[in-house]
Design a protein around this ligand. Sequence first.
Ligand SMILES: Nc1ncnc2c1ncn2[C@@H]1O[C@H](COP(=O)(O)OP(=O)(O)OP(=O)(O)O)[C@@H](O)[C@H]1O
Ligand SMILES: [Mg+2]
Length: 694
Amino acid sequence: MLIEEVPLPKKFITLYKSVGVRELYPPQEQLVESGILEEKKNMVLCTPTASGKTFAAEILMAKALDEGKKAVYVVPLRALAYEKFREFHKYEDIGLKVRLEMGDMDSSRYKNRLDFDLLVTTAEKCDSILRSRPEWFQNTGVLVMDEVHLIASDRGPVYEILVSKFQMLFGDLQVLALSATIGNAGELAHWLNAGLLLSDWRPVELIEEVEVGRDKYGKLKKLVQDSVSEGGQVLVFVNSRKSSESVAEKLGEELKLVEEGQREDLELVGEDILSALSTPTTQCRKLRDCIISGTAFHHAGVTNKQRILVEDAFKEGLVKVIVATPTLAAGVNLPSRTVIVRDVQRYGEGELDYIPVLEYKQQVGRAGRPKYDTYGKAILLARTDSEREFFIEKYVNGEVEAIYSRLGVEPVLRFHMLASIASGFTRTENALMEFFRSTFFGHQYGLEGFEAQLKKILNRLEGSGFIKQESRFLIPTALGRRVSELYIDPRTAENYITILGKAEEENRFPVLGLLEMLCDSSELSLLHVKRQDEQMLWEEAYHSSEKLFRDLDGFDLDPRFLERFKTARLLEFWINEVSEDTIMESYNVAPGILYQKLQIAEWLVYSSAELSKLLGFKNSLKEMKRLETRIKYGVKDELLPLVSIKGIGRVRARKLWNEGFKSISDLKKADIRKLKSLVGEKTAEGIKEEINKK
Ligand SMILES: Nc1ncnc2c1ncn2[C@@H]1O[C@H](COP(=O)(O)OP(=O)(O)OP(=O)(O)O)[C@@H](O)[C@H]1O
Ligand SMILES: [Mg+2]
């Protein structure tokens, strides 16, 4: 079907032509012919990787937008959100408002109404907006759920909750669920009361092979060399961060990957990699060295900013090889003609497990994307002939697994139960039951025996003061509503309220104790404590027992205390201005992981300040607010006035302070030349401009 034949207004057709779409891919055509544009039904689109599911969704969104309705496009990962947002930006040219929303989980903080026609958002952010500002989604015509197989992942429950809420709140909404890899797409379609479009058409042929090499690295190196010498780029998947670094390093050292004339550009990317952190760490330097030799590694320990730099350099053809852990797998479009899967085994709970077929198919699906290549090649490495046979059967010819809901566990249930009561969405026990019946969990497992579990959770929520139960009615308290808006686990809030109450009563706010309290949450993953370190940590804890809120000899001290204490120590390092490199070395954490922890800690400390405010704990509020800024910037108390100025972070603030500029008025009086010599020309001017406004 030619693009002109799609029943959409001319402005959309012209726009699509301007970005190079001439005709529809067969699955897109099937979608149009299914009558979805006229009938307003839901649809599950289960077609291979790279088969153009995004554009299929765009056709449906365009129809809704044309009718003056909104479209919401939900993705599971930030990287994907950026990619989609960039892709959808073109709609601004025809006067539509395209927005990207992620991050900040307290959506009640918005000052203005979020004004959009097309919104790209992560699942959690979307749920957060639904909790405090559901009215912003009024008049939504289409809800697209990308990579919907992730319902079966640990972040999956929020996905199904979203769909159920949207469907209950906005009756005539169309849901479009997209995935390349669902074994039970029929079941999903049944749940959504949707049509099902299945296809195995792929615009670019993907050849999947299994190759044998007793020396896996030797084989891999040869394959990379061949592909690059034919002008291709390669993505290698391995099962650990350590391997991704060592393989990238070795390939960079042993192969000639840099083209004439690209060295300078690579050096520039390398510089950006180093300046992503205020002081570059060992890992940053390693990544820079890889980059200038034409390779890169990509894993959760690499910061977001650096990951984007790596992906962009790969897209520009500068970096020839990325060695990644599966964090890179879902949905992204990269010019990787060849994908090599080195490992299909991964350490699970202490032992090696085979990864699901679904994951393998997502990884190899990054090869041969129509924007970049005319064919794709996926090579899975085996050690022996018999392993090869096994891999062909299990992975190449294997069926992807069915997906199952993961909503039915208590921490997840209490989180979403409170939310649904707090936003006034379910006002009775029956309504709550109905709501859970409407989820994928309810559809798959039924609700037999669920009532007892529900009752237990409701009682606990009431015990914590988050809801009231009056006969069958469920009434949120102001506190319960706030906890839900803050997007934290009710159990976390309960923990915080207990300690904050104690601190307020005793009028005692030791920082280490407060940090240990913050770690008492399901949101922050705690540092692991090795057996041999236990003794030393206990000693440290006893030594600081005055600064803690727990009774270290109490029989009720829980087994995770030591992990919390260790994690609190890390946060303490951070706010005492210990350098990032030292923190990472002392605690053996990678930059990406450190920043992730700090970001979560910032959200938790904000939440505890908000709880203090609501509960009227005046001193706690003051202390938590101060701690919030300290965590945000990683500084001691004395630097707080300086970091309030835009452009001044922990390093610059310390430098200024040491030179005697300790307050805003010091800076006002400061000679601009002196400032320039301390923080650089641009920043110095920025500072002057900024403080003149104050
Ligand atoms: N009709 C079309 N004509 C030309 N190119 C198209 C068309 N439809 C999609 N494409 C291009 O195909 C590429 C792959 O599309 P897309 O990212 O939507 O794949 P997908 O089906 O979502 O795959 P995955 O399951 O891996 O996410 C994109 O670069 C897109 O621009
Ligand atoms: Mg996709």
